[in-house]
Design a protein. Structure first.
Lengths: 630, 378
């Protein structure tokens, strides 16, 4: 590629082959020693912290591969490898040459791993010689035993150095692998871990599909008391690796073909996909057991909540931290109207309503609450609004909890004896039948998805997005920002109130303590991790977080994590905001907004923006001589 | 063709339903407060007057001693809110965002204070040499909470400077969540208590002949006042304070004047953290118990205090704290009780938030502030 080669052909050439010229590998000792040392120290700190959270001990009985590998050790082992990999990672810039990888990366990885391992050695030593049990509750002999691999302390102190070194070196070695091999390895590893984590679901599924001979397969794969068998893990690893090598390309090609579709064929493909997913969701629960259906129902409740918050936060850009208030209003309204055991302050002539009828009142009240809470805060700037809505959320909970309204709401005892939902006399949906609950939730999720999808493409949806980006400009464009924002509050409130009403019918009772601020924040994490402003993202977020880790009160698949899930939520929230604010499944437009600088830079590198008023000098318009390799 | 500018579509003249509703709410809330106050006064004069006997039949009124107790506990609580609010206000002044995790810095102060004072109690120093050990605890707590604030800024907020303004706010929610749960997993979820204070400190004493005040509360007020004066000196009379004010005014121009903006921001976080640490210790000594959630509600209320006093204004933060603390302690009894609401003390937290909403509705700049809550800072 030369500087004489100008024009559009060149700019596309270097985009498609970003690293066809590599600089020679750096020498082994050509290190940024300070960075290596800092990463090592950080790793040591993180390892000691993880050990002191007692995660290794608590997770030790959850076997991944019987009998050699438990999740407890995994919680420590993955860290040195990741740090060893990350320490030498450099950003790959389109069109910029990068250094070939060599011994330098391996050395850096090993050193980082070694320092990290030393951290655990020191901890092992301290555990044996000092007793800090008083402030640190997890300073226990069990931890010492685990850290010294059930042998004596000297062994533990000695062993962590080589273990850290080896793991760090593995991380560094990953740089040297070709992309395909690296992908195969990570897929092999991921498939083993995923199958181990989803054990309950898969066992459950296999019982449903027993007539297909699935049980035989599962018995081969899993050990009786949990964990994969050795040969099962090996098979899974091979299958995962092979998929990465061969199947993934085909999947990619299929996706490209799908993306290339236009017009009616695209619509048709979309419709078929949607039908398949819908059919799967309707049919699959029939083959699932109670636990999995319960899990799915919980996930569904959070999907409903998250879709509502997605409209408020994701589309309209209003950070509503009191969102749980609408959930509470939905739950309490449905509960009070349908219960057989109503508070004594209600007049006697008030009949006991059918859940479906109560839902009308739920919608009306939630919409009014949305207006009432929305109106005072609508003109405030984002952060004030967050705190004031949080205050409203807390006020509503305190009112439900107070003795003053206790005659109506049951104060701390809440509303009890809520009957289930009668569906046309066919079935009663209540907590004892998780499958029915799931279908009910599914029905409302379908409504919510349809509403969100239509709204996003409506005039109102576009107004929301305009407000999210710049309120003043949106107003100048003639958008009635006050009404649009109030509508966001109302729609979000109604969706959350559905979720509350279902919760009331599902659990059979509502308590003030189910509606703490924590719930708002967990929903916020779900929306942000999934991808603000993207329906698919929000669903993925709920499934991943609520399904695997669990909600504020609901257990997830990894029940061992229940002590740590809030910690992990906090870390995830910070991490996502710092590294990937657009979420796991990003919304295209939102991503562009969040990474505007990078997009502009890419466009500039590609030569798409060459009439920038500030940079119209020759060197720039002639093909970026200063930036490109000669 | 653009629509003609008429009274109908001219934004300045456009009357919206929301505005009418807000005016209505302002009127309702003010009436509620004024009527409540009037009825309280009526109740004080005669507990069985014709209004009280209808609305609040079990009205008894408050004795002077009860009232004094409420005011003093409100004041000492408010002084602590004020100390926390200073951190919110200063960070808001400099960076223009609400550090949601500031309440957690306060909690870290209270927790480290708990750990150190219990260790000192075990070794016997707490009893034998109380003042010195208290000073030691204070220093340790200040160091820890300052470090927390600095690390927080470095790790979570500095990389986000200049990003859309909801992003750092959401991050700070994450930080708050994280610190709370770190405390849960490391120190356990239960409430932990401070060692008992010596008798000479905690006993009630007469002050100026007419006020009876618990020694601990007196100490809270005194320490808060000293910290406040020290902070005032730092911000108004030292070079670093001048730099802080300059950065709050305009970051870019400050850096052109040779001020190290990054260092100044770190200092702001550090000073705010130190104040929160002091508040944490005082909280621990006064209530003698800490949990991981200790920081959450006081944090939010302190933010409300900062808003009530006018955000970005330091005197305002302290005044807001005292206002909010006393309102929270007194208002349930003198404004809500006359309306015949039972169990008013349960609504204490709700009152704090209502004060915030009321102030934002009636005077959005806060009591002493110049900046509008609706105004956008660049």
């Amino acid at each position: 590629m030369s500087t004489e080669d100008r024009g559009p052909s060149m700019s596309t050439a270097f985009i498609e082959e970003p690293s066809d010229e590599e600089l020679p590998a750096r020498r082994m000792l050509d290190q940024d020693w300070r960075k290596v040392f800092n990463y090592g120290l950080l790793l040591a700190l993180v390892l000691v912290f993880v050990a002191l959270t007692n995660m290794p001990v608590n997770l030790d009985h959850r076997m991944l591969i019987e009998p050699i590998f438990s999740m407890g050790y995994l919680s420590l082992f993955w860290l040195p490898a990741v740090f060893g990999l990350v320490v030498c990672r450099e950003p790959v810039l389109a069109g910029m040459p990068s250094h070939a990888k060599g011994s330098r990366e391996v050395l850096a990885g090993s050193l980082v791993g070694l320092i990290g391992g030393a951290g655990l050695s020191v901890l092992t030593f301290l555990l044996d010689n000092f007793n800090l049990r008083d402030p640190l509750v997890n300073w226990s002999p069990q931890l010492l035993e685990l850290l010294s691999f059930q042998r004596d302390t000297a062994f533990g102190i000695a062993i962590w150095l080589p273990v850290g070194l080896v793991l760090g070196t593995f991380g560094g070695l990953a740089h040297l692998l070709s992309a395909t091999v690296r992908r195969m390895l990570s897929w092999a590893f991921a498939s083993v871990i995923a199958f181990a984590i989803f054990e309950t679901v898969i066992l459950d599924l296999s019982e449903g599909f027993a007539w297909l001979g699935a049980e035989w397969l599962v018995e081969e794969l899993y050990f009786i008391r949990g964990g994969l068998t050795m040969h099962g893990a090996a098979v899974l690893a091979v299958v995962g690796g092979l998929f990465a090598a061969f199947g993934r390309d085909r999947a990619h090609r299929a996706k490209e073909r799908f993306d290339a579709l236009e017009g009616t064929s695209r619509t048709r493909a979309n419709a078929i996909g949607l039908l398949v997913v819908a059919a799967a969701l309707v049919i699959l629960p029939l083959f699932l057991g109670g636990i999995t259906n319960e899990l799915l129902a919980n996930v569904g409740l959070f999907v409903l909540l998250a879709l509502g918050l997605n409209i408020v936060v994701g589309l309209a850009g209003i950070l509503d931290l009191g969102y749980v208030a609408f959930f509470a209003i939905g739950g309490y309204t449905a509960g009070i109207l349908t219960t057989t055991n109503r508070g004594e302050s209600w007049p006697d002539w008030m009949p006991q309503f059918y859940w479906g009828t109560a839902l009308v009142a739920v919608v009306i009240l939630a919409a009014l609450a949305g207006l009432f809470i929305g109106a005072p805060v609508i003109r405030m700037r984002g952060d004030y609004l967050a705190i004031v809505t949080l205050g409203f959320g807390e006020i509503i909970r305190l009112l439900f909890l107070s003795d003053w309204l206790g005659g109506y709401t049951g104060a701390a005892q809440g509303v009890t004896n809520i009957p289930g939902v009668q569906v046309f006399g066919l079935a009663t949906v209540k907590g004892t039948d998780p499958r029915a609950v799931f279908y009910l939730v599914l029905f409302f999720c379908a409504i919510a998805i349809y509403v969100s999808w239509r709204l996003e493409r409506s005039r109102l949806g576009r107004a929301w997005m305009a407000i999210r980006e710049d309120e003043s400009v949106a107003e100048a464009m003639g958008i009635n920002t006050v009404n649009a924002k109030l509508m966001a509050f109302v729609v979000g409130a109604v969706l959350a109130s559905f979720s509350g009403a279902i919760l009331a019918a599902k659990v059979g009772s509502v308590f003030p303590n189910s509606f703490i601020i924590l719930v708002s924040i967990v929903i916020l994490v779900v929306v942000i991790v999934g991808g603000m402003g993207n329906i698919a993202g929000v669903i993925v977020g709920s499934v991943v977080l609520i399904g695997i880790l669990g909600g504020p009160r609901q257990p997830g698949l990894l029940q061992e994590f229940s002590e740590y899930k809030l910690l992990i939520y906090g870390v995830l929230l910070i991490w996502m905001m710092l590294k990937r604010p657009e979420g796991l499944v990003p919304n295209v437009r939102r991503t562009r907004e969040l990474h505007q600088d990078e997009y502009l830079q890419d466009a500039w590198l590609r030569g798409e923006i060459d009439a920038d008023s500030e940079h119209t000098d020759d060197s720039h318009s002639n093909g970026n001589t200063g930036v490109l390799p000669a | 063709m653009p629509p003609p500018v008429t009274a109908e579509n001219n934004k300045l003249n456009r009357r919206l339903g929301v505005d009418a509703f807000l005016t209505f709410m302002r009127v309702v809330m003010s009436t509620f407060v004024i009527l409540g106050l009037l009825m309280f006064i009526g109740q004080q004069i005669d507990p069985d007057n014709f209004v009280a006997s209808r609305i609040n039949p079990d009205a008894t009124g408050l004795t002077a001693a009860q009232f004094e107790g409420l005011v003093i506990s409100g004041l000492s609580q408010g002084a602590m809110y004020g100390l926390i609010a200073l951190g919110y206000s200063m960070v808001y002044g400099v960076l223009g965002f609400i550090n949601f995790a500031h309440g957690e810095v306060f909690m870290v102060g209270a927790m480290t204070g708990m750990i150190t004072s219990n260790k000192l109690d075990e070794s016997g120093a707490w009893e034998s040499n109380f003042l010195l050990s208290l000073l030691f605890v204070l220093v340790i707590a200040i160091i820890c909470s300052t470090l927390t604030a600095i690390i927080m800024e470095r790790v979570a907020y500095r990389p986000l400077r200049g990003s859309p303004r909801l992003i750092p706010l959401i991050t700070s929610i994450g930080v708050s969540f994280f610190i709370q749960n770190v405390s849960v997993v490391l120190l356990g979820p239960g409430a932990k208590s401070y060692p008992t204070l010596p008798e000479w400190l905690s006993k009630k004493r007469e002050l100026l002949g007419f006020v009876t005040i618990e020694g601990t509360r007196l100490m809270v007020l005194v320490v808060a006042a000293i910290s406040m004066v020290a902070l005032w000196y730092l911000v108004e009379r030292t070079k670093i304070g001048k730099a802080m004010r300059a950065v709050a005014e305009d970051k870019e121009i400050a850096s052109l004047m040779g001020i190290n903006v990054n260092r100044t921001i770190v200092t702001t976080f550090a000073v705010g953290g130190a104040m929160a640490g002091v508040a944490g210790i005082l909280w621990g000594l006064l209530f003698r118990s800490v949990v991981h959630t200790t920081g959450f509600l006081p944090g939010i209320k302190a933010f409300s205090a900062a808003v009530v006093g006018g955000i970005g204004n330091m005197g305002g933060a302290m005044a807001g704290g005292i206002t909010l603390g006393s309102a929270e302690s007194v208002a349930p009894l003198i404004l809500l009780e006359p309306w015949g609401i039972d169990g008013v003390s349960q609504l204490k937290d709700a009152v704090a938030f209502l004060v915030l909403i009321f102030v934002l509705l009636v005077k959005p700049t806060g009591l002493f502030g110049e900046r509008l809550s609706t105004e956008d800072r660049a």
